[in-house]
Design a protein around this ligand. Structure first.
Ligand SMILES: CCCCC/C=C\C/C=C\CCCCCCCC(=O)SCCNC(=O)CCNC(=O)[C@H](O)C(C)(C)COP(=O)(O)OP(=O)(O)OC[C@H]1O[C@@H](n2cnc3c(N)ncnc32)[C@H](O)[C@@H]1OP(=O)(O)O
Ligand SMILES: NC(=O)C1=CN([C@@H]2O[C@H](COP(=O)(O)OP(=O)(O)OC[C@H]3O[C@@H](n4cnc5c(N)ncnc54)[C@H](OP(=O)(O)O)[C@@H]3O)[C@@H](O)[C@H]2O)C=CC1
Length: 533
């Protein structure tokens, strides 16, 4: 008998960020594993011209709910959307809705956040830190609240190399910052952001660190737990292997590499790629919710939800597995053959950016212009470079996260719960997982059908032929330049017995202008690597 699923049956749950990548997996698993949950309130904002109701209707059509749709066809009746905006006072929840939440909710899962690394500081603070504070205020008034689970990130304290399951001193006093951004002009905030961030690499990790500290400061008597996942990847098993619907983290990089656009990445082959499947994070989150509510630990527990210390995996291995999968199962309409390499050398990376990103993009855009179409590849490449700049902080270093609480929690689960809410990452087989992740990105992120693989392979063969033709033409042009300038090259050329080769020259021609042309060879500085690799 599962204690965790039994616990959620009959309970009323509130989830923020339910429309996001992890939120959807949480809602799905909760409804599937505890079909008798009383109600699941989700805080949703209207967005992109869609009302809250339209957004929820669209969300429920998502493939991630296929399994629960089959198991419990009426699952949607349990979902109760509430109009909310976390950056607004009182979360912009109506008095009537607030009353309903205050009298009914038993457990809160707080997933909503901006995860963008380039989010302006003011907005990141308003959502990630102030939003969390406002939700806590609401939670303090909830009459039947048993547990509050906050999703943070393992990188909230990335300025440290060894990260324990404790709350560290914040980068700044949150309330002083709130005051500052309240009255300072937006442009001034932008100007001083690097100074404020100090050692933190971006506004995301900075504001996540602040929100952890705020929770510790203002938790009062609430039963709180903090979950810190590392890089969240596609699902391992549930609701089905490889499910992913977000380009964040490594997913966008995989797609760009699979499409043959991304050919060079700044990363340390030997550094740990601390990735964790989304279903593992959600299983741990639900188990931690149960443990926090039922066992009520005296101190607030922080769960580092990471793999590096338990089942380490390295960026170099990731490169191999990703490339091998996309070579065997290519993405449709690839720009070039997938062939990405990692390097930790900045100059080498710059060299390949020029040769293998920019040069092909310029040529392709020229071709688009000549055929009367809109050039677009250089724009894509520039965006990719901006993303890679922001991500390289994470791909060039390793961190040590302790995972004692994750192990402790596993020990608290009964045999059935260990299976139903599996977060034992020792069982994770990385090559199989990465293959299923890449195929999931193909199917669920790009909506490509597996039946299109033969055509995609045919397309890659066409690209290979174009590459051969291009390289041969380039070689001939380079050779012609040599021939025109070097007597020695001409001599070699004339003695190569090629069909249709040049006529045998006279002795006079052979020795003509030798000294002048050999001087010119040295000044040519040809770059053989311009031949597309
Ligand atoms: C080949 C082997 C590969 C080996 C891998 C090696 C290295 C990987 C390197 C690092 C990975 C480290 C990741 C660390 C994660 C830290 C853990 C956390 O705590 S998680 C939170 C993680 N947050 C993120 O990952 C957010 C990062 N993203 C951003 O900050 C921004 O997206 C951005 C990078 C600044 C780019 O912003 P930009 O405005 O340019 O673009 P948008 O994000 O708005 O996207 C616009 C649009 O395009 C879609 N999109 C994005 N990427 C792709 C893609 N690759 N292909 C196709 N389409 C893509 C995106 O969904 C948007 O679409 P829409 O407008 O419809 O929403
Ligand atoms: N993805 C990852 O690799 C990792 C994520 N995390 C953490 O996990 C949590 C979930 O991340 P993930 O699912 O990937 O993120 P997503 O960007 O996919 O989802 C973010 C969610 O927050 C909601 N949200 C954003 N702004 C507001 C707002 N102003 N008011 C109300 N809701 C808002 C979004 O709603 P809307 O649909 O309206 O935009 C969405 O539901 C975050 O706290 C993140 O920090 C931690 C480590 C790694």
């Amino acid at each position: 008998m599962s204690s965790v699923s039994a616990y959620y049956n009959g309970k009323t749950v509130l989830i923020t960020g339910a429309t996001g990548f992890m939120g959807k997996v949480l809602v799905e698993k909760l409804l599937r594993s505890s079909p008798d949950v009383k109600a699941v309130y989700i805080l949703v904002r209207p967005k992109a011209g869609q009302s809250m109701q339209e957004r929820v209707a669209n969300m429920l059509k998502c493939k991630v709910f296929d399994r629960v749709r089959e198991d419990c066809p009426n699952f949607h009746e349990k979902i109760k959307p509430i109009n909310a905006e976390l950056t607004q006072p009182k979360l912009a929840i109506s008095a009537e809705d607030e009353e309903e939440l205050l009298t009914r909710v038993n457990i809160v899962f707080h997933c909503a956040a901006t995860v963008r690394f380039d989010e302006p500081l003011k907005h990141a603070l308003q959502l990630n830190a102030m939003g969390t504070q406002r939700l806590l205020e609401l939670a303090q008034q909830m009459q039947k609240l048993e547990a509050f689970i906050h999703i943070s990130t393992a990188y909230a304290n990335c300025v440290r190399k060894c990260i324990d399951e404790i709350i560290y001193p914040p980068p700044a006093e949150p309330k002083k910052l709130f005051d500052l951004v309240e009255w300072l002009d937006e442009s001034i905030i932008q100007d001083i952001t690097p100074k404020l961030l100090g050692d933190w690499p971006n506004t995301y990790t900075y504001t996540k660190a602040l929100s952890e500290y705020l929770i510790q400061q203002e938790k009062g008597n609430l039963n709180i737990a903090i979950i810190r996942p590392s890089i969240v990847g596609a699902s391992w098993h549930e609701p089905f292997p490889g499910w992913i619907d977000s380009f964040n983290g490594t997913s966008g990089i995989f797609v760009a590499a699979g499409k043959g656009i991304l050919r060079t990445v700044i990363a340390n082959n030997e550094a740990v790629a601390d990735m964790i499947p989304v279903d593992v994070v959600i299983n741990l989150t639900l188990a931690a919710g149960w443990y926090t509510a039922v066992h009520r630990p005296k101190n607030m527990l922080v769960y580092n939800c990471t793999t590096g210390g338990i089942n380490p995996f390295f960026w170099g291995e990731m490169e191999q597995y990703v490339m091998s999968t996309f070579k065997r199962n290519p993405l449709e309409q690839a720009f070039r053959t997938p062939n990405a390499h990692l390097t930790s050398n900045y100059l080498i990376n710059q060299y390949w950016i020029t040769v293998s990103h920019k040069a092909p993009a310029i040529l392709y855009d020229l071709y688009m212009r000549l055929t009367g179409r809109k050039p677009r590849m250089m724009k894509i490449i520039n965006r990719l470079h901006k993303s890679m700049m922001l991500l390289q902080y994470f791909s060039t270093q390793s961190w040590d996260w302790s995972s004692d609480n994750m192990n402790m929690l596993m020990g608290q689960l009964n045999t059935e719960d260990k299976k139903l809410y599996n977060f034992d990452v020792r069982q994770l087989h990385w090559s199989e997982y990465i293959e299923s992740y890449c195929l999931g990105a193909k199917k669920y992120l790009l909506n490509e059908d597996m039946s299109g693989i033969p055509a995609a392979k045919q397309h890659l063969r066409k690209l290979r032929n174009i590459r051969y033709a291009f390289n041969t033409t380039l070689l001939v042009i380079i050779w012609r330049i040599f021939i025109a300038r070097s007597q020695m090259a001409r001599n070699i050329w004339y003695f190569v017995p090629l069909p249709g080769g040049p006529p045998i020259p006279s002795n006079q021609q052979l020795w003509a202008s030798e000294s002048e042309s050999s001087r010119k060879i040295h000044s040519l500085q040809l770059q053989p690597a311009f031949i597309v690799h």
